[in-house]
Ligand binder design. Structure first.
Ligand SMILES: [Zn+2]
Length: 179
């Protein structure tokens, strides 16, 4: 840092100490010998979300949590599950080490986790996030879930969407209609 008195570009550190998660340095100008103080602090990395309309918005953990909570409202999920899910996603986002992340990436992360957790919450989240414009698109998504659920073992801990016998019947009908 340039000397505030004479503008000279170099100084020596005559004292340094840790203060409030930063470092305070007492410096002396190598030209005019004036003394001044600088502080060095770690700048937390800001994460920005690129929205669909290309606007950038600082990542907001609270907003993420609110969205997931809304989708999971009144679902029989353990209370800390939702918080942990949001924490996981946040950690993963920072782990990517990028300064900007498209909102679609975050949405997909939430959907992938909700899908393995609870189909109702998943569909609720997807209907907001993917902005299903008509009931057909929504029905297609539900159909896909139902057939995947009936034909493959359920993910561990998944809450059943329909009673077992209904699911089997649905899968049977779908298989028939495909033949
Ligand atoms: Zn100076």
């Amino acid at each position: 840092m340039d000397c505030p008195y004479c503008g000279y570009h170099d100084s020596k550190v005559i004292d340094s100490r840790n203060v409030n998660e930063g470092i305070r340095r007492r410096r002396q100008c190598l030209s005019c010998s004036s003394r001044f103080t600088t502080y060095e602090r770690l700048q937390p990395t800001n994460l920005f979300v690129i929205k669909k309309d290309e606007r950038r918005e600082e990542f907001n953990q609270h907003k993420l949590l609110t969205g997931i909570r809304k989708a999971c409202e009144k679902r029989p999920l353990p209370s800390d599950t939702v918080d942990r899910l949001a924490d996981d996603i946040e950690a993963e986002l920072y782990h990517l080490g990028k300064a900007e992340i498209p909102s679609a990436v975050i949405g997909d992360m939430v959907m992938a986790r909700l899908k393995s957790l609870d189909y109702i919450a998943y569909i609720r989240f997807a209907s907001v996030y993917r902005e299903f414009t008509d009931i057909t698109a929504l029905k297609q998504e539900v159909d896909t879930l139902l057939s995947a659920d009936a034909e493959a073992p359920q993910p561990a801990g998944q809450l059943p969407l329909l009673p077992d016998n209904r699911l089997k019947k649905l899968a049977k009908n779908r298989r028939k209609s495909r033949q």
